[in-house]
Design a protein around this ligand. Structure first.
Ligand SMILES: [Zn+2]
Ligand SMILES: [Zn+2]
Length: 286
């Protein structure tokens, strides 16, 4: 028995064979699947799926890399959607500095340098740095608003964080004791994991624990307390070995749990039982 705590079932990748995908998950012992919204539209689709399938539940929110496409007021539609009893948390929300506007310009510059063109700092680069600041503050603002909404509704939060650890923690810190968060697709150090676990938050692990270059994450998954983490796939991304590079799906949660169990030297059943109970407490299914 396992709970897939982070899937994107509303993505077009699953449009043609969702029923088969869900059946394979059931066959693999996945009793519940949490489908995660990344925009207002995606959150609406997540709620629709959760209403249609009894073992699917929805988390609704706006992903940090979608903030520029988000409308003026995303809180009103999110608040409305959250009234649905199939909604079990707010997210995914957080900060993602991986693809900043300046990084894109820097990459283009690199191409030009390789092509032999002469380079000095361009207006374009200066402008990109200004855009970085605006982009980061828009992410921070929407993150904070979603944390406030979660407190207002008494829901927990699914956090997406990439290359923005310190800023993310700074924003979450005032919410300690008001809500619990899961730092999904955890890829940090054991010290970073403990930093959030000490504040009663959780981490969750994806198929990265099966990757050849995933030794550091595997080690963290082996070390964190058994009752402080959950398992997920983040499908359609991050398919575990031996499916790496293919479309990922919720059935692969089992492979993730097996890899964590092996890393900890435990039978799969023990990891399954602990992570399922942790997820039940965190999402409080109705
Ligand atoms: Zn994410
Ligand atoms: Zn995700």
């Amino acid at each position: 028995m396992l709970i897939e705590t982070h899937a994107h079932l509303d993505y077009p990748d699953f449009a043609n064979d969702l029923e088969d995908v869900l059946r394979r998950a059931t066959d693999a012992g996945i009793t519940r699947i949490i489908t995660i919204g990344t925009s207002v539209e995606s959150s609406r689709r997540a709620v629709d799926l959760a209403e249609k399938y009894p073992n699917v539940f929805a988390v609704i929110g706006v992903h940090p890399t979608y903030v520029e496409k988000a409308g003026e007021d995303v809180m009103t539609p999110l608040r409305e959607l959250a009234q649905n009893p199939r909604v079990v948390a707010i997210g995914e929300t957080g900060l993602d500095y991986h693809y900043l506007p300046s990084a894109k310009v820097a990459k283009e510059k690199q191409v030009q340098v390789l092509a032999g063109a002469l380079r000095t700092e361009t207006d374009e680069e200066i402008e990109a740095q200004i855009h970085d600041g605006a982009y980061k503050s828009k992410q921070a603002s929407l993150f904070q608003q979603q944390l406030d909404l979660a407190v207002e509704l008494g829901l927990n939060v699914v956090i997406h964080q990439r290359d923005a650890w310190d800023d993310t923690l700074e924003i979450v810190r005032p919410y300690t004791d008001k809500l619990r968060a899961v730092f999904h697709c955890f890829g940090g150090s054991l010290e970073q994991a403990n930093e959030v676990l000490d504040r009663d938050h959780l981490v969750s692990f994806t198929g990265i624990v099966t990757f050849k270059n995933g030794a550091a994450v595997r080690e963290v998954a082996a070390q964190v307390p058994l009752w402080k983490f959950m398992v997920e796939t983040d499908c359609p991304y991050l398919a575990p070995v031996p499916f790496r590079g293919k479309r990922c799906e919720p059935a692969h949660t089992r492979i993730v749990a097996e890899a964590v169990a092996t890393a900890r030297g435990l039978p799969l059943e023990e990891v399954a039982e602990a992570t399922t109970e942790t997820a039940e407490k965190f999402f409080r299914f109705k």
